[in-house]
Structures are given as C-alpha cells and as structure tokens.
Design a protein around this ligand. Structure first.
Ligand code: ATP
Ligand code: ZN
Length: 226
C-alpha cells in the first residue's frame, strides 16, 4: 500500500504526440507549475498538483504502483498493459476515467497490398508483428484464430518487407505510413484516444478531494473543446 500524500501527482508524456495537448489540457483546468519544462518533475503552484514527465509506456505502471494518482495516456497503451496483467493473473490496477478528445488513432491489422482480404480465417498460421501483443492475442483468441504474435518494440510496418512477419497490427491515424510500406488496413481491434487514467481505488486522504475537483474541471474543459 502506497503511503498517504497530500499532493496529487499526474504523469504525462515527456515528449511525443500526447505531451503538449496533455499539458495544455491541465493548464486549461487551472493548473500551473514552477518552470521546469526539461525536468522529470514539475512542482504545482496554483494547486498541490505536481507533474511527472515520463515515457507513455511507464504511465500505467506508475498508477499501478501508487507513484502517480492520474495519468494521461493512450487507451491503446492502457489496454495493452491491462491485458498483459490479466494474462498473468494480476488484478486490474488502473482504469480509464475520461476520454480526452485528442490523440485519436486505431489499432488495426494491416496486410500487404496484394492480399485479397476475405476475413480472419485467413490469419491461421500467419505471423503478425505488433507492439500490442496482449491485445492482439486476446483478439485472436476471441475469434478462435491460431496465429503467431511477433512482438516488436518499433518499426513494425517494415516487418513484412523484412520477412519477419506476414502482416502487422499497429496504430493507424492517416494511413500514410501503411501506404508508404505497401500495406492496407483490414480490421480494427481498438478505437483509441488519450484518456485520463486513474487507480481502481481512490486514496482515502487529502488527494480524494483534489481528484474529484480535477475531474469536475476536466469535464467542463473537455466539453467546451468538443
Ligand atoms: P514515448 O517516448 O513516450 O514512449 P512513443 O513513441 O511510445 O513515445 P508517440 O508516438 O508519441 O509514443 O505516441 C503516443 C500515443 O499517441 C500513442 O500511444 C497513441 O495513443 C497516440 N497516437 C495517435 N496517433 C498515432 C499514430 N498515428 N501513431 C502512433 N501513435 C498515435
Ligand atoms: Zn511509448
């Protein structure tokens, strides 16, 4: 059990697609920090709410361990780590509390352009490269498809050309990256966007009030942006 704290900690991406929109959103909620843009830690000024700037992959774990109270992360990342925990029998440790209306993308299966796509039965015995092995394995299992999941941490889209996989399962927004690699999207596994993630159990100290207040402000701000 994490110790009691009287300041809230929110983890956001340090660099990358979600970094700037996450910070702007929290600023719109009335938060401000002492200027330390290049640091890992930003001390909250207007309210006792501090920021932790990290890699997006680390955000679910920071919430699970009680190091952070909230995090802004793609639903894709949160679901993947949640699915991975469940696969090894760990209990749920975080949840998506709010959709934030930015960072939209889809987790999709994409096959070489020359394939004629007829359906998931086609995947039997195929090798699928992905950075989302747990979501993909669950999706395949739910459809009774026996395919091989090849886990890659990056550059998934070149795997078919390299011969390390037959097709891929990756995030798609415009589809330009797929097209540039002679791939076409055929199935959607997940519609994703940035979410506010929090623990399954709210802490019973000073943070509870801060968390409720922040959620209220967020609801006002995200609605207006809609
Ligand atoms: P980090 O260094 O923090 O690990 P990263 O390379 O994993 O960064 P980004 O590429 O910045 O992450 O993407 C962060 C999130 O942005 C993704 O997890 C996803 O939710 C969202 N996103 C939106 N569109 C796309 C896209 N076209 N490709 C990848 N991610 C996207
Ligand atoms: Zn990442």
């Amino acid at each position: 059990n994490a110790p009691a704290r009287d300041r809230l900690r929110i983890a956001i991406q340090k660099n990358g697609r979600l970094a700037e929109p996450a910070r702007s959103l929290l600023t719109a909620c009335g938060l401000s920090w002492r200027q330390s843009r290049d640091k890992l830690f930003c001390y909250g000024e207007s309210l006792p709410v501090d920021l932790l700037l990290v890699r997006d992959d680390d955000i679910p774990g920071l919430i699970a361990d009680g190091v952070c109270d909230f995090g802004i992360v793609g639903r894709n990342e949160l679901d993947e780590q949640g699915a991975a925990r469940r696969r090894i029998g760990l209990p749920d440790a975080y949840q998506a509390l709010r959709g934030l209306n930015f960072g939209q993308c889809r987790l999709m299966l994409a096959v070489p352009d020359e394939w004629e796509w007829t359906g998931v039965e086609q995947l039997a015995g195929k090798r699928i490269a992905t950075s989302y092995p747990a979501i993909l394995a669950d999706w395949l299992a739910a459809r009774g498809v026996d395919a091989q999941v090849v886990e890659l941490s990056g550059s998934v889209e070149i795997a078919p050309r390299l011969g390390t996989a037959d097709l891929i399962c990756d995030l798609v927004s415009s589809g330009a990256t797929l097209a540039a690699n002679q791939l076409k999207p055929v199935e959607t596994l997940l519609e994703s966007e940035a979410v506010l993630a929090g623990p399954v159990k709210t802490p019973d100290d000073a943070r509870a009030g801060l968390m409720a207040m922040l959620l209220r402000r967020l609801d006002g701000v995200v609605k207006v942006q809609d």
